[in-house]
Design a protein around this ligand. Structure first.
Ligand code: ATP
Length: 358
């Protein structure tokens, strides 16, 4: 028998008047899993999270928490903890009071509440800051108080709505590791909304990619990276983004060939229809600098972006190709770059509907 999912959505719909914001969402989150909802602005990720929280009522389908249908259960009875981007701390209360507020509301006595606050402060690294007010804390510390406040209740799941987007880049990287560590330590079920696919990839066990209220694909981070189901997911997951080149299939057969406009003829790793219009996808790290004799294509270098470890080379072609190489190649803008790639690293999508041809 499989365990009951901690959160389960079955064909969930949400309408705002005539606008269809969530279209038949199916999602099953096992206990202890960290799930990221990711997608571009307006795709419906906050609506989905708020629906799980009960802050939005759903228009159709079924939602279950720990096996119980909660469609008509108000937010406070769902036993979930939400961590917002704005932290929503009480400015006139100390960290200790912020942490214990919900316990006190539930009737906990002072000693029990303070003991819980001290335990949570240790877990979140706030033990030296219990008597400070929110205004006396840094952004990262406030974020930890918001987390601590969620943890103290031992809820059925944590819901995070872009909790790191107000922090600077370095702190964001630090906090995402902290949140993930905390998640591991608590074994909690977490649903995390972000528009940042790197955050989703690095933090989550399971990533759900949304577009226009539809789940485009869901799976383990590297499954989405290695086997994107369609052009949208292929372009959305991965930074820098996958290169795309239009091509047409020249021959049928086990080793169909694709002719690139003005470029090489390449063997495709799968069977596709003759004359099919396709899009070839190749991640920047799979394009390699080669010797002239081994080159599959040669392109002029348009832009060099150095980071210290990885160098990004952008071709002066249409479409541009992005090449990621380790180290510091001895090249300058205008040089011709001989490139090679492994045919097996190519992704092939049907141009008509964007679906991956696997
Ligand atoms: P963002 O990353 O910009 O926050 P999101 O993916 O979280 O985007 P949602 O806030 O879930 O997107 O919104 C999804 C869609 O539903 C958007 O097109 C939005 O305009 C619409 N929407 C959200 N709330 C309402 C509302 N109360 N009334 C009408 N439309 C709404």
């Amino acid at each position: 028998m499989t365990a009951t999912p901690q959160i389960e959505l079955i064909r969930v719909d949400k309408h705002y008047g005539a606008f269809h914001a969530l279209k038949g969402i199916d999602l099953s989150i096992p206990k202890g899993q960290f799930v990221a909802l990711v997608g571009p602005s307006g795709c419906g990720k906050s609506t989905l999270l708020r629906s799980i929280a009960g802050l939005e009522s759903i228009s159709g389908g079924e939602m279950r928490i720990a096996g119980d249908v909660v469609n008509n259960v108000p937010p406070r009875k769902r036993d979930l903890a939400m961590v917002f981007q704005s932290y929503a701390l009480y400015p006139h209360m100390t960290v200790r009071k912020n942490l214990t507020y919900s316990l006190r509301l539930q009737g906990a006595d002072t000693a029990t509440a303070n003991k819980a606050a001290e335990d949570v402060a240790k877990i979140t690294g706030l033990d030296q800051l219990l008597d400070r007010y929110p205004r006396q804390l840094s952004g990262g510390q406030r974020q930890r108080v918001a987390m601590g406040r969620a943890i103290i209740r031992d809820p059925k799941a944590f819901l995070f709505d872009e909790p790191l987007s107000n922090l600077d880049a370095a702190l964001r990287v630090h906090m995402r590791a902290e949140i993930r560590k905390l998640h591991n330590r608590l074994g909690a079920t977490s649903v995390y909304v972000t528009h940042d696919q790197i955050e989703a990839m690095t933090m989550a066990d399971h990533v759900v990619v949304l577009r226009d209220g539809v789940v485009e694909q869901q799976g383990a981070p590297l499954d989405l990276y290695d086997r994107p189901a369609n052009l949208f997911v292929a372009g959305f997951i991965g930074s820098p983004a996958m290169n795309f080149v239009d091509a047409t299939v020249r021959e049928d057969g086990l080793s169909a060939k694709a002719a690139l406009p003005g470029g090489p003829v390449i063997q495709l790793p799968l069977r596709v229809q003759p004359n099919e219009d396709i899009v070839l996808g190749l991640r920047p790290e799979y394009l390699k600098l080669a010797s002239q004799s081994k080159a599959k294509l040669t392109v002029p270098l348009g832009v060099i972006e150095v980071t210290g470890s990885t160098t990004y080379l952008v071709s002066d072609t249409d479409p541009e190709l992005m090449i990621a190489v380790q180290g510091r190649p001895d090249l300058k803008v205008g040089d011709r770059m001989p490139l090679t790639f492994d045919d097996n690293a190519l992704h092939v999508f049907r141009r008509a509907d964007g679906l991956a041809l696997t």
